[in-house]
Design a protein around this ligand. Structure first.
Ligand code: HEC
Length: 259
């Protein structure tokens, strides 16, 4: 009897040892591989119906889209404070100035190196564009401009919208816009007092390295600037804007776009 118990005990220990499982060998799903555990064979599970993942409850639709009933709205979803503007300025200088420049005239450093001229915020159309338009452009991209939704949070995109409005004001401000009693000095005299060159206050122009349009001489459906009469709507088919210099397709240093 004793020997039977001993044999059973040894067998049990042996069996248990056989059940040992190292953590690195535990059953798991490897990304992008199927499984026979679920009937549909997918190891990556779809979201459970009628549930919202944490952090994805986008119940304030305007904050996340800038749209009201499918149209670009013209309001900030939260109050604009100096703190919001400072954050907008910081994010704008990081993400937008490479193409749009610090003053938002579209002649940034990358454009100087040959990228398509970026939007100039000081045109009449963009001065009058609703706030939701700027939010939508950042969220979805626009023509040759990539989207920034993956890099700039909705909160920061709105802060940038507020800062763009401040930029627009700053570039077309009149002395009467300054608070009463504020000392108004011309940019030229500020430049002079700081030892900047005399041409500092001249209108910026793109240097000869800037190339308009794509090298294959087509504009690949990029929307041109709309006349105000178009009422914000693009016609179904666009013809490519005229190429300023036919040799632009072969010569990287084509003469500047004089449009
Ligand atoms: C890589 C370059 C690049 C960067 C960076 C960039 N943009 Fe643009 N953006 C463009 C170009 C190019 C256009 C003009 C689109 C076209 O003509 O294809 C444009 C156009 C625009 C317009 C005008 C849209 C219209 O209605 O005409 C707005 C507004 C704008 N960008 C905002 C921004 C903001 C805000 C940022 C920063 C978050 C930003 N862009 C970053 C290249 C850029």
């Amino acid at each position: 009897m004793r020997s039977v118990v001993a044999v059973c005990a040894i067998a049990t220990v042996g069996l248990l040892a056989g059940c040992r499982q190292d953590m690195q060998d535990q059953p798991k799903f490897i990304p992008q591989r199927g499984t026979d555990f679920y009937a549909d064979g997918r190891s990556a599970r779809p979201q459970v119906e009628n549930t919202v993942a944490r952090g994805q409850l986008h119940d304030d639709a305007y904050f996340y889209t800038g749209l009201v009933n499918g149209k670009e709205g013209n309001a900030m979803p939260f109050p604009v404070t100096m703190q919001v503007l400072a954050r907008g300025q910081e994010r704008f200088n990081i993400f937008c100035t490479p193409c749009h420049s610090r003053v938002g005239n579209g002649a940034g450093m990358i454009v100087e190196r040959g990228y398509r001229p970026a939007g100039n915020y000081h045109t009449a159309r963009l001065m009058n564009a609703p706030l939701g338009h700027f939010f939508a452009v950042m969220t979805h991209g626009y023509g040759a401009m990539p989207e920034y939704a993956s890099q700039v949070s909705p909160q920061d995109r709105w802060a940038i919208v507020a800062y763009i409005k401040a930029l627009q004001l700053s570039q077309s401000a009149k002395p009467s816009d300054a608070p009463a009693g504020a000392r108004i000095e011309s940019l030229a005299s500020i430049a002079e007092s700081q030892g900047l060159p005399a041409n500092f206050t001249n209108q910026w122009t793109l240097p000869p390295t800037a190339v308009y349009g794509t090298p294959n001489n087509q504009d690949n459906g990029i929307p041109p600037e709309l006349p105000p009469s178009a009422n914000g709507k693009y016609p179904a088919a666009q013809s490519a804007p005229a190429q300023p210099n036919a040799s632009a397709s072969t010569n990287k240093h084509a003469s500047p776009n004089k449009q």
